[in-house]
Design a protein. Sequence first.
Length: 101
Amino acid sequence: MAAKLRKGDKVVVLAGKDKGKKGEITSVDPKANKAVVEGVNIAIRHQRQTQTNQGGRQPKAMPVDLSNLAALDKNGKATRVGFRMEGEKKVRFAKTTGEAL
């Protein structure tokens, strides 16, 4: 099945402690049905010092379940994602506006 939400999509969180927050998807794990959204579901992780980083307590965005995310349309509102054929190409579109994503 084609992915409704992909890396780079602007999304809003529908449920959980970060409900209402908006951000961009930085990575998606389709097998676990989760995505990492920048600025959402932040946890503190202890990092060992290396040559490239200082170490210490680092904030890190943790994965969010895809069912708790909704894509944003051009108006900045949450929308569901549909699929349609445009010529020979399968395209994702916002159900609220009908515009291709």
